[in-house]
Structure formats: C-alpha cells, structure tokens
Design a binder for this molecule. Sequence first.
Ligand code: PLP
Length: 410
Amino acid sequence: MCEQYLDLPITPVDTAFGLMAEYDADPHPSKVSLIAGAYRDENGSPWVLPSVQEAKARLKDDNHEYLGIAGSPAFVNLALLLTFGSKLTTKLNKNIASIQTVSGTGANHMVAVFLARHLRPARVFIPEPTWINHQTIWAQTGVPLEDYPYYEPQSRSVDLDGMLSLLEDKAEANDVVILQACAHNPTGVDLSRSQWAQVMELVLRKKLYVVFDSAYQGFATGDPDTDAWVIRYFTEELLFDSDSECPGLCVAQSFSKNFGLYGERVGAIHLVVPRHLSPQGALSELKTLARAEYSNPPRFGARIVETILANDELKRQWKRDLVTMSSRIKAMRRILCKQLEEQNTPGDWSHIESQIGMFSYTGLSAMMVARLRTQFHIYLLPSGRASICGLNVGNADYVASAIKQVFGEV
Ligand code: PLP
C-alpha cells in the first residue's frame, strides 16, 4: 500500500459537492436535485437576472486591469449603502472599514483570520446547525469553536431559549457570535424581531462581538431593506444607543444569491468600529490580508453589481428580479406543502410553507433521504435540507409522492 505524501489523510469531500457529482452522473430521466444553494427557474435552469443581463450589455467592459487591493471603491460604497441604508451609512461615517472580498466565503474567511489575530476571542459561537463552511473556516483559525443551539426540531422553530441560555452560561466579553442575518441556511427559520431584541440585549450586556453573515439580502422577503433590518438594528443599538463599550461588529456580505453571480465571487466586509476608535489600522490590516491571499479581488462581478446599484432604473429592475426569485420559492413551498397534504402524507407539513429563503429543513431523516436518492433519484442533504429552488410545477408532484412513499416504508 502506497503511503500518503507528507502523511496527509484524505479528507472527505464536501457532502453537497459530492452529492452534486452523484446527481450529475445519474442517468435517470426523472432525477431531481434539491441540493445546491443556487436559484433555478421554473424549468429547472440557472437564471441570469434581467438586471444583470442589462448591466452586462451596458458594460461592454474590455478593461482587464487589476482592481486595487481593497477592490472597486464605487462597489464598496454601494455595498455599504445596500447593507446599512443611507441614513445609517451617513451616521457611521468614519467608523467603518470596508473592502471588497472574494465572495461571501472570502468575507467570512477574512473576518475569521482578522478577528482571531486581533480581537483574540477565547471562543467563537456557531449556530447548530449552520452553513457547513462556518465550521471549516473557523476551525482553521485555532479559535475554540462552540455550537449554540439554533433549531428546535419538535416545534420546527428557532431554539431561542437554548441559544440564550448557552450564550448566557458560556460566552465572555470579546467572544465572537456568528449570526445569519436572514433566510437561515440550512433551517429556513429566522428569529422574529422581538427575539432579535433579546439576543441584542445579551450581546450588549456581555460585550460580545457579532459577525453577521449576510448571504441572502433580498432573497428572503424580496425586499433588501427588510432583510437587512437586523444588521441595522444591532448597529444602531450597539454603536449609537448604548453607553457600553461594545467591541464593534462586522458584516460578511455575499452577492452570489441576490444577484445570481455565484461563479463571479462578489462580496464585501464591513467592519464597524466603536465610535471612539479609528478604523484606519483595521482597514490597512484587511488590505494586508487581502494582498497576501489574492492581491486583488475579481473585477467583472463587482462591475456588474456596481452598474446595477448605481443606476435607478437597473436597481428597480433588480428589485423586481428579487421578487421574481423569492415569490417563485414561496409558490413552490406552497405547492409542495399542498401536494403532501392532499396525498395524506403522515405528519404536519406546514413548516415547508412557513420557512423562508432558499432552504427547507424538511424533517426527513437521513434514512428517508437515502431512500429518496436510491429509489426515486431525488437528491437532498442527509440532514433533510432541501433547496426549494430545485422544485418546479413539473416535479413537485413526483417529489411529494416519493416523500409519501418513503414515509410509509422507513
Ligand atoms: N453564508 C451562507 C449562510 C451561505 O449559505 C453561503 C452560500 O451558500 C455563503 C455564506 C457564501 O456564499 P458565496 O461564497 O458563494 O458568496
């Protein structure tokens, strides 16, 4: 047997990407993929947003020069405005360090490296469950990871009591808490505004450092301002409405889903620093990290976003595109739920409709998920997470009756 080079073990492939390869290789004509976190239209095809198509037509960009290390200044300002809104952006004025990043993953990674080195938290609290990459990214920093309960399977809702009591017991000043701003991946359940207020009170009192992962702004409700509510609320409360020495907060922003620019890798970091401190050192450190990792972020996707957000007509079209995507997802939730109920599938399926965003935590067990794959060629994650984008009027019926059958068999 041949030894591994440098003694390196083979790490398992990412579950989602492994399943996608399996799906691609499956020749079955009725196969259905509910795996990927990427929007699909009613024909199951990738969708280029009309606003993006128009922006590309207007761009005629044959400029392939490097962007600066911090990215395009126009893009960064527009990303800031999209996140915080104009009133708060003006208020934040000189208390913010923002740079363009290599998508939401790059933003999460840079934030983790930056905070591990400079905030030096004793631990980072990650929701259980969460987007799988939060674990992978933070595990590389050496900061001890702690899960906090996010989801309560019985009630199929946020485990607010579990979350608050764990943070109350274990979190100390300067510890990092990862929060998803909206359309929680993978559960599809978000906190209500009154629940967010309780989390905010704890964060403020215990002087915790919040990282908002904002990967679905506009994708949840169709309105980017509504979906950024919690970020703006925390920023106002922590930075302006309290006398406590808050360590600051930051936002890791992705443009993959809300602009359909998955492969273009467009993102940003916004680091909000306490009012009595200057962000200049932090900004220069973020640039140093960027310089060492990739030197300059990609140009094309950022130019598309910039072209849309800087133009009133294109921005209006983009908002219509968000409504197209979010309402198709809502309609598919409704259809699947209705089909499951009409077919008298055992159990209560109303959560499929009440959850929000791209994903549904269906409640299917790993065994049922395996049955769906092997028997019906329907692919979803072993956790029972289904990407609702993979459903359309042509396959919802098939998926519902397959679910009913695995329920009867397992
Ligand atoms: N954060 C969350 C919660 C996500 O679900 C994703 C993608 O699925 C990302 C961040 C990163 O997305 P990207 O790197 O494609 O921008």
